[in-house]
Ligand binder design. Sequence first.
Ligand SMILES: Cc1ncc(COP(=O)(O)O)c(C=O)c1O
Length: 449
Amino acid sequence: MSKHPQGHVFYRRMAHDYPVIERGEGVYLYDAGGRRYIDASGGPLVVNVGHGVGSIAQAMARQAAQVAYVHGSLFTTEALEAYSRRLAAKVPLPDARFFYLSSGSEAVETALKFVRQAQLARGEPARDRIISRWGSYHGMTLGTLAVSGKPSMRAPYASMFQDMPHIQPPYCYRCPFGATWPECGLACARQLEDEVLRQGPERVAGFIAEPVGGATLGAIVPPEGYWELVGEICDRYGLMLIADEVLTGYGRTGAWFAMQRFGVEPDVMALAKGATGGYFPLSITAVRGTDVEAVRVAHGDFNHGGTFSHHAVGAAAARATLDYLEGDDLVGRAAALGPSLGEQLDEALGGLPSVGDVRGIGMMWAVEFVADRETKAPYPRDVHFADRVCARCMELGVLLYPGHGSVDGVRGDHLMVAPPYVVTGDQLEVIVGTLRRAIEEVADVADLA
Ligand SMILES: Cc1ncc(COP(=O)(O)O)c(C=O)c1O
């Protein structure tokens, strides 16, 4: 059933045989060949409420029939106003304001521009650098690649963007400082201060990071004290703190927003995936009302664009998703189920020779693979260990999200397990059991190779 290159779709992966998905329901996807898959990661951690939720589809249809599109620089809609009121009560930002676009990349790009403009409004025109972290991912545009720390995605385009300073991530399994927490003294957080001083504090506009490192390194949960220290350093040097919650927002870590777990208030948040759980491509940049007011006073407007910004159908989808999350207390369910998912993964996989680390939080878990548990040596890249495990899981009816590059940007394999919050205990057992079987099978072949 291969569709590439015979058809007219320019697919993302040219060698992949694309099954045609016909429908989804809860954690399940069904293809045209009659196969059923458990969607245990929602692609790159998008599907939080599950597939086929009728109330979300109906809310979108109603809004589209009423009015689908108005230009964001001329009109507003009740859908947008009502959703924004609801969201303002949830995010850890005082008097929040929301700028709506269509992808996580755009939400981050908006965050970068907003921070720059807010610093201009504060009378700090030299502040045009945003410090970020290696081992991060913030988006596909040139601006967001400049702050991303994923070498393989940056490489072909690196000469086309203005690079930004990067510091090391809180990646305890392979600590970049060769240290162990707490003896490390949070060297990774302290490096932010070193970098600010190296750049010159008057040049640095902000710091961007994922509250829990997402797809690039695989669910790296920062050690206790990390975010408090980062917050203090940002305050000390006048940096605006951007929390990229594109992946962690809307309950993925067991809290509505991951920064709430760490007790630190950012200045700006980027949100996307879970806002509509995949029902509409909507992203949100959340900022403080006081900063918006400062920009208004200094410049009249925020200098930005977006034909599809502030979309009414997106807002209706987000509102219905919020209703569904709240109505069934799905964030509470994610918080309750998360630790048992972690325990099951640890128990089933922790002892396997090719599993180096099982880590995560809430409904966001990763398994990192190694060729040697003692030395933590990764498999050679051409083994494609995580890709093969995910391909085997797919054959067995379970969908997971692979990643690579944790060691040096190229070598190092992991995969992510992040099912919709509606997943049941029985389904979790199937996911974990299938994953164990696939790892054992792939390891047998890889070790012989
Ligand atoms: C933390 C984070 N930021 C930004 C993005 C980019 O979002 P999008 O792919 O919707 O543009 C992603 C995507 O995976 C992400 O995980």
